[in-house]
Structure formats: structure tokens, C-alpha cells
Design a binder for this molecule. Structure first.
Ligand code: HEM
Length: 370
């Protein structure tokens, strides 16, 4: 695969993220596993705003706040389960055994689909590798890059089968849950189509899954690594939100996104040469040395400066509030009663080397013990 042009640097990425005419989001991603656009992610303004406005109620603080007691209960329960295993002399892998069940649990609460917990958990961290989950670790690691276009063992079958079932049910008998909400959407008075339902569902299920798992796993990795920062955050609850921002900058869970250069937008998706697409590098903005002193270090005492982990411009992440609430809940619980977690072995981390910095691509395994 030819290496595609990247837009890098804090100011350059911000400018391009706003400039949707020259750097359009009107493209269909994950071309190996789906054949429809994700909504509102893969649409440009003005239609983008219509869709974004229609789904906004799901993300409002007043929708989220009543769910937080459930997040707290889930955190307490999962920490207790981890501690129980550690007390029995077992080890625990934080990504799969703590962060993933927590994030999936939070999504079932937010979307009012508690009955889907086991099914969503069985998909693993990434819905596209659900078919190969647990069987083909190498393939899962190799294809985490959303822009990968070579041979892949990814599959859209699990998700498609699930979406066919839940939307059949929702259209026949809409309930007070995510699928009922999506099936009744209208954009400018025109009812949402079945394909658009799938596009919206995709972002809802995929957007806040591996990203938040990486953030929470990385946060726990850092709390174990740095006794100093742990003590500082325990004594200074007011510093916790800024600490989450610094972790978001450092981890940049969604590192790069594709854009179509303006001159190709009028060509239909299927006829485009995707090697001409460019990558908007949010991670380069978050590691720009002209903006951040020593960007490769986690520094909880940086002066306030907006990071770009949630993107910028019209497509800025809609799940910011959800992410922050989920992560803050875990941080508060862990600091309130630090469970003495230690690394059972050297953390297995996949680093990504760039021209003048490196960052964590993913945590392969973070195994802890007492
Ligand atoms: C650590 C957690 C997360 C990170 C780092 C993250 C990152 C991002 C980024 C960078 C974008 C913009 C992509 C672009 O410009 O092409 C985005 C968009 C989006 N995210 Fe997130 N996200 C996170 C969590 C979530 C969660 C929890 C949800 C929902 C449950 C969510 C839902 C969305 C949606 C709906 C969009 C599309 C917005 C639009 O196109 O207008 N995200 N996210």
C-alpha cells in the first residue's frame, strides 16, 4: 500500500479539520467490511449538521447525568471482582478483564440496552474483528489501523446480522432505547432510511469502544507507574479533569482520520483512487513540539492548552462528555481506595514510531497482580 499524504502539526491539523471543502469527510471508510457511510462522521456540512443535530439529544449532559450512578456501581463491582481474583493469587489483564467490560457496560446503560451486554462483550474491543476474536490475535493487532486496506481477517458479518435483527425489531415496535431512537429519526422532515440507520448505529457502537478502553487502560498503567502522580491526584481532586485531558493528549486513541482532497469529492466513492486520500494526524498535533514541551512525557502540570484527541471543527467528537464521565468515575474510585495494583509482568505495549516522536498505538496486555 502506498503511504498516503498526512497533514501534521497542531495549527495545520486544526485548519484542515475546519476546511471541509478541501479536506472532505464525504468518504466511506472500513471499505473491507462495510458499504455504507457512517453518520454523521462521513458526511460534510450542510447535511452533516442536520444529522448531528438530530442525534444530539443522546449526548446532552441532562441525558448523561442520570446514568452516572450506574457507572459508579459498575466500577465498584468490577474493581471488587478484580481484587477478588488478585487476592486469590490470580493475575488480571486490565484491557480485557476490566476496561472492556466496563466500557461495554456503560454503553448498555447509555443506550438502554442491558440485554445486549453479553453479545457486545463477545465482540471484543473492535466490532470488525468480532469474528476472529480470540482466535487470530496477530490479525487483530495488524488490522487495528482503521485505514488498513490490505489483506484482512476483518469481517462485517457479526455486526450486520446484529443490526438486521435490532432494526427489524425497532421498526416493528420501537422501544425507548438506542435502536428505537435511531429508527424514528428524521432529517429535515425526511424519515431516516434503513441504510442510514446502519450508518448511525455504526458510530454509536464503534466510536466509544476501543478508544475509551485504551484511555482507561492507559490511565491505570500510569497510576501504577507513577506513585507521585497518584499521590498528587489523590490529594487534589480538582486536578483530575486536567489529568484526563493530559492522558487523552498523550494516548490520542483515535490517532488519524481520512479526508478526501476537494478535487476528488465529486467522483463517486467506488471509482475513487483511495491512495489519494490524506490522513489528518490528530496525534501529530498532540505531539507538536512547538506547542507541547516534552510531548512524549505525561505531565499533569502543563499549562492549559486544548488537545486534539477529540478532533476539531464540525466533526468534533460527540462522545466527549460520555468519555470524560466514564473515565472520571474509574479514576475517582481507584484513588479513593487505591487497591495496590502492581504489574505482574512488563506491560506489553505496541509503540508507533513517527518521524520525530513515538506514541502508544495500543496496549496488547497489561497484566496485574498484588
Ligand atoms: C477516548 C475516547 C474517544 C476519542 C479519543 C474519540 C475521538 C474522536 C475523534 C477524533 C472524532 C472526529 C473524527 C474526525 O474528525 O473525522 C470523533 C467523532 C465522533 N465520536 Fe468520538 N471519540 C471517543 C469517544 C467517543 C464516544 C464514547 C462516543 C459515543 C458513545 C463517540 C462518538 C463520536 C461520534 C458520534 C463522532 C462523529 C461526530 C461527527 O461526525 O460530527 N466518541 N471521535
Amino acid at each position: 500500500m502506498t503511504k498516503r499524504r498526512e497533514i501534521t502539526g497542531y495549527h495545520e491539523v486544526r485548519a484542515a479539520a475546519r476546511d471541509y471543502e478541501n479536506y472532505s469527510s464525504n468518504l466511506q471508510g472500513d471499505r473491507d467490511v462495510r458499504d455504507y457511510h457512517q453518520l454523521p462522521l462521513e458526511v460534510d456540512p450542510p447535511r452533516h449538521q442536520l444529522i448531528r443535530r438530530a442525534i444530539q439529544p443522546l449526548f446532552l449532559p441532562k441525558t448523561l447525568e442520570p446514568k452516572i450512578p450506574d457507572f459508579i456501581a459498575m466500577t465498584k463491582k468490577l474493581i471488587a471482582e478484580v481484587n477478588q481474583k488478585l487476592d486469590a493469587g490470580e493475575t488480571v489483564e486490565i484491557g480485557n478483564d476490566f476496561a472492556l467490560p466496563y466500557v461495554v457496560g456503560c454503553l448498555t446503560v447509555i443506550y438502554n440496552r442491558p440485554q445486549d451486554y453479553d453479545e457486545w462483550l463477545s465482540w471484543g474491543p473492535d466490532v470488525w474483528t468480532a469474528e476472529t476474536q480470540g482466535k487470530d490475535e496477530e490479525a487483530r493487532v495488524a488490522h487495528r489501523d482503521r485505514n488498513f486496506e490490505g489483506e484482512t481477517s476483518r469481517s462485517g458479518v457479526k455486526l450486520q446480522t446484529y443490526l438486521d435483527r435490532v432494526f427489524d425489531e425497532a421498526i416493528a415496535n420501537p422501544k425507548d432505547d438506542l435502536w428505537g431512537f435511531i429508527s424514528k429519526l428524521e432529517f429535515d422532515g425526511v424519515p431516516i432510511t434503513r441504510v442510514e440507520m446502519q450508518g448511525a448505529a455504526n458510530v454509536m457502537l464503534a466510536g466509544g469502544r476501543d478508544t475509551v478502553v485504551k484511555l482507561i487502560t492507559g490511565m491505570i498503567w500510569h497510576l501504577i507507574n507513577s506513585e507521585t502522580d497518584r499521590a498528587f491526584l489523590t490529594e487534589n481532586p480538582d486536578a483530575r479533569n486536567a489529568a484526563i485531558d493530559e492522558l487523552l493528549r498523550f494516548l490520542t486513541p483515535l490517532s488519524k482520520m481520512e479526508r478526501v482532497p476537494g478535487e476528488y469529492v465529486s467522483i463517486p466513492d467506488k471509482d475513487r483512487d483511495t491512495s489519494k486520500y490524506v490522513l489528518l494526524s490528530f496525534v501529530s498535533a498532540n505531539y507538536d513540539k512547538t506547542i507541547w514541551e516534552n510531548p512524549e512525557a505525561i505531565d499533569l502540570h502543563r499549562k492549559k492548552q486544548p488537545h486534539m484527541a477529540f478532533g476539531f471543527g464540525p466533526h468534533t467528537c460527540m462522545g466527549m462528555g460520555i468519555t470524560e464521565a466514564e473515565t472520571r468515575t474509574v479514576l475517582n474510585e481507584l484513588l479513593e481506595n487505591w487497591p495496590n495494583w502492581k504489574f505482574a509482568e512488563e506491560p506489553d505495549i505496541a509503540w508507533q514510531e513517527e518521524a520525530d516522536y513515538k506514541y502508544i498505538d495500543r496496549f496488547r496486555a497489561l497484566v496485574i497482580s498484588r
